[in-house]
Design a protein around this ligand. Structure first.
Ligand SMILES: [Zn+2]
Length: 162
């Protein structure tokens, strides 16, 4: 790593800390030649293989813009979207792979989006999973209903235990 000021080909790490989301390390460095300080950020590289076969770097911004369309008119804030994109990144990084299929990112979006807003989830799933009939919507809605019922009855049984 060259010093960005004088191009000296070496630097000394004076501080090193993990970023808040735990996904990167930020290092404060000092140039032994000119004495100036600069920062570097280190992350594991993560690439996405698109359906077309093109490989692009993973981008949280792209997750946010993809999901934002499905959230139009819904009570979802920019910070909700930022948190969702962070969760998606954490999920896909857990696999430990340096390259992931675009399809797996879509899958990783579904669960946190469903927790955020079920209407946005249905919209996103309908595009991503290629719903092409009312039956597909009906099946997805039925699944949500069944899970609501299950959540409700488990809450009931917890109440009974108390
Ligand atoms: Zn320097």
């Amino acid at each position: 790593m060259f010093c960005p000021y004088c191009r000296y080909p070496d630097s000394r790490v004076v501080d090193s800390r993990t970023t808040d989301d735990g996904l990167a390390i930020r290092r404060r460095r000092q140039c032994p030649e000119c004495g100036r300080r600069f920062s570097t950020t280190e992350t594991a590289s993560l690439n996405v293989i698109k359906r077309s076969g093109v490989v692009v770097p993973f981008s949280r911004d792209k997750i946010v813009s993809g999901v934002r369309k499905a959230c139009q008119g819904r009570p979802v804030t920019d910070s909700d979207l930022a948190i969702l994109a962070q969760r998606v990144e954490e999920t896909v990084r857990l696999s430990g792979a340096a390259q992931i299929e675009a399809n797996d990112i879509g899958l990783a979006i579904l669960q946190p989006l469903r927790e955020l807003d079920e209407v946005a989830y249905l919209r996103f799933a309908s595009v991503y999973q290629g719903f092409d009939s009312l039956d597909d919507f009906e099946a997805a809605i039925t699944l949500l209903r069944v899970e609501h019922e299950a959540a409700r009855s488990s809450n009931d049984s917890e109440a009974t235990v108390e």
